[in-house]
Design a protein around this ligand. Structure first.
Ligand SMILES: O=C(O)c1[nH]c(=O)[nH]c(=O)c1I
Length: 314
């Protein structure tokens, strides 16, 4: 069996990569991802200028010894767009593809970053984050369909119809899947969707301290890990069914070959890891690769195409 795949006509050794935001904010982390066995990698969502982000503690795993998931309200800390643009200029694209994630605070900031990327003519693949839930006072684009439509119209024309993708928040209503997909399908150059970002504004309470466990936003933060897997699979499959011309990248609740297999069965071409990578480090890619291969062997699948998107219904 083989994990080899392609994405936007690029060859990948395997479908596994990090989720934006995890182990990808600074050069040392990006170099560790490059050296890891991931098939691809993505940078931390960036703004035009560097940001410190929210006060700490701003990331916690829940039930520490056996983390069922995580909650975070990082607040978009990042080194600023120029830092990541410089990394795209020195990345080794022969080793693995690189995605660059942007999350501008304004439409103009997003357009400025897109314009610089277009001029840079870099092989890096643009993933526009429409779903950061943790910038106080800023509603996320993914839940404002008019704003999302406007952004995509401006960005796709600004990017000269070059292929790009969007990172979406989870949706929980069939009508919302329909509406979001209808907008996305009007932009053929949006070649992929990454589902899902964290489930926004959850609240974790510690019974011993009778307190919330992260400092920003009175403890409200994005949920990741085991808790989000069924929602992640639903969003992957919903957009896989509704956007036949686009690829879907699955993200949410992947911590072993098992969940990676489920995401691919549901329609994901690539699979991202966030919480599990945060807790285990880049060695996780070696483990999950072996686990996924083992499951494929048990089931008699030679390659990913043998089961990609082949989820059965009853
Ligand atoms: O708080 C963050 O930095 C953050 N946290 C998330 O869970 N998703 C995001 O897209 C972002 I930009």
């Amino acid at each position: 069996s083989s994990l080899a795949t392609t994405f936007l006509d690029l060859p990948l050794a395997n479908p596994l990569m990090n989720a934006s935001g995890v182990w990808c904010s600074v050069a040392s982390q990006l170099e560790a991802l490059l050296e890891s066995e991931s098939g691809a990698m993505v940078t931390k969502s960036c703004t035009l200028d560097p940001r410190n982000g929210n006060p700490e503690p701003r990331y916690r795993v829940l039930d520490g010894n056996k983390p069922w998931g995580s909650i975070n309200s990082m607040g978009l800390p990042n080194e600023g767009f120029p830092y990541y643009l410089r990394y795209t200029e020195r990345h080794d694209y022969e080793t693995k593809p690189l995605f660059i994630s942007i999350s501008g605070l304004t439409l103009d900031d997003n357009l400025a970053m897109v314009d610089s990327l277009k001029d840079a003519v870099t092989p890096a693949i643009l993933e526009i984050n429409l779903s950061c839930p943790n910038v106080p006072g800023k509603a996320q684009l993914g839940y404002d369909f008019d704003a999302m439509d406007t952004l995509l119209a401006e960005v796709t024309s600004g990017y000269g119809q070059r292929q790009l993708g969007v990172k979406l928040p989870p949706y929980f209503d069939i009508a919302h899947f329909d509406e979001a997909a209808a907008i996305l399908n009007r932009y053929p150059s949006v070649a992929f969707v990454t589902c899902i970002n964290s489930i926004g504004n959850a609240l974790v309470i510690d019974i011993n301290t009778e307190s919330v466990i992260i400092k920003p936003k009175d403890g409200f933060g994005g949920l990741g890990g085991d808790y989000v897997l069924p929602t992640a699979l639903a969003n992957v499959n919903a957009f896989y069914r509704r956007c036949p011309e686009k690829a879907v990248i699955g993200c949410g609740g992947v911590k072993s070959g098992h969940e990676a297999f489920l995401h691919i069965l549901a329609g994901a071409t690539l699979v991202q890891m966030g919480t599990a990578l945060y807790e285990e480090g880049p060695g996780i890619f070696t483990r999950v690769k072996a686990e996924l291969l083992e499951i494929m062997k048990q089931k008699g699948y030679e390659n990913l195409a043998d089961f990609h998107g082949k989820l059965k219904t009853l």
